[in-house]
Write a protein that binds this ligand. Structure first.
Ligand code: KG4
Ligand code: ZN
Length: 340
């Protein structure tokens, strides 16, 4: 079965071809980061318009790279939500039009389910069941995943998401949008221990998170150093922030592993690209003898490959495809609605 995947929930347009036998055949991505950077954040209307400009050329590239034509496609998967309404509508309308033109079914995909399953695209994929730490720009959740569509929420953030905390702290340190990856780069040159920041809810006894206090602590630190915001301060502050957030994410993940007794941990979403998070989890996994799995770096942030994969796995798991024509998007769509 050959599935075409379309992602357009935020500021990346992604298209991919996933074959149930051969795996990922090809994928193409356009990031709008440079366009939004001028405004310091995503401008929804500009995002929608840019998706419109990009989808057709990206589809052509994907088909050419995969050496396939539209006639070979068996189903069209697209991101139904959550995300920006206008941006989602572009991907949805494009998917609907394609499905109608080739007379093939359509499969709406939950964006977070795409992230959650993205480590299955790697050369050493995890097997079910596993604990998933989903750390993206909009979500931070720990889940027990027993199969496709079988998700149990173990804990989640009560306020800011991990990626959001990275981005907001980066902004406070004067880094351009989207600051998460830049902050993490800067932290590499910082000295650990120069500043101490709080580890919110580290000892809360549950698997929930809270990151807004950490961001406020960065704000306070920045205000205290308003007169000497030099490169050394910024690097040390970035390091302190990263140490704090990584410690909370790792400790809570370890607790989830202990509580569930599972042997595989999967890390997905943009923050899963963070080097310190990966290195610390790898160490702990070696010490505690469990396996830890990540998506390939290019599939940590938004992409079409994870949507094509999730669509294909859903169809294989028996989720009914839809006949083109419903134009369904769901900008707000808690993953809990997919859980049993
Ligand atoms: O998964 P994603 O595309 O977001 C949502 O679907 O919501 O991930 C984007 C998030 C951003 O907040 C970005 O700053 C963060 O992932 N991010 C990172 C790194 N690379 C991306 N955060 C920490 N370290 C990184 N290396
Ligand atoms: Zn995402």
């Amino acid at each position: 079965m050959l599935v075409l995947g379309i992602e357009s929930s935020c500021d990346e347009t992604g298209i991919a071809l996933y074959d149930s036998e051969a795996g990922l055949l090809s994928h193409a991505l356009h990031s709008q980061v440079a366009m939004h950077a001028e405004y310091g954040g995503v401008v929804p209307e500009l995002a929608s318009r840019d998706h419109i400009r990009r989808v057709v050329p990206l589809l052509r590239d994907t088909l050419a790279q995969g050496n396939r034509s539209l006639d070979d496609v068996d189903a069209v998967a697209y991101t139904r939500g959550p995300g920006l309404a206008g941006a989602l509508l572009v991907g949805c309308a494009f998917a609907e039009a394609l499905a109608l033109a080739i007379d093939k079914p359509i499969i709406p995909v939950h964006h977070l389910e795409g992230h959650l399953l993205s480590p299955l695209l790697s050369s050493t994929p995890p097997t079910f069941p596993f604990v998933a730490l989903l750390v993206s720009g909009g979500h931070t959740q720990l889940m027990r995943v027993t199969g496709v569509g079988e998700y149990e929420l173990l804990g989640e953030t009560l306020d800011d998401a991990a990626g959001e905390a990275f981005d907001k702290s980066a902004k406070l340190l004067g880094l351009p949008y989207p600051g998460g990856a830049l902050l993490s780069k800067l932290a590499e040159s910082g000295t650990p221990g120069v500043y101490q920041l709080p580890r919110p809810m580290l000892h809360s006894g549950d698997l929930d998170f809270s990151f807004s206090g950490l961001k406020t602590a960065v704000l306070t630190l920045v205000r205290e150093h308003a007169d000497d915001m030099n490169d050394t301060f910024k690097a040390d502050a970035a390091r302190a922030f990263q140490e704090a957030i990584v410690e909370v994410l790792v400790k809570k993940s370890l607790k989830a592993m202990k509580l569930t007794g599972l042997k595989h941990l999967v890390v997905a979403g943009g923050v899963g690209a963070n080097k310190q998070l990966r290195a610390t989890l790898d160490d702990e996994a070696r010490r505690k003898r469990f396996g830890v799995f990540y998506p390939e770096l290019e599939f940590c942030t938004d992409n079409g490959a994870m949507i094509a994969l999730a669509g294909c796995l859903r169809l294989q798991a028996g989720t009914p495809a839809k006949v083109a024509g419903s134009f369904a998007i769901q900008p707000r769509w808690p993953l809990s609605e997919l859980m049993r």
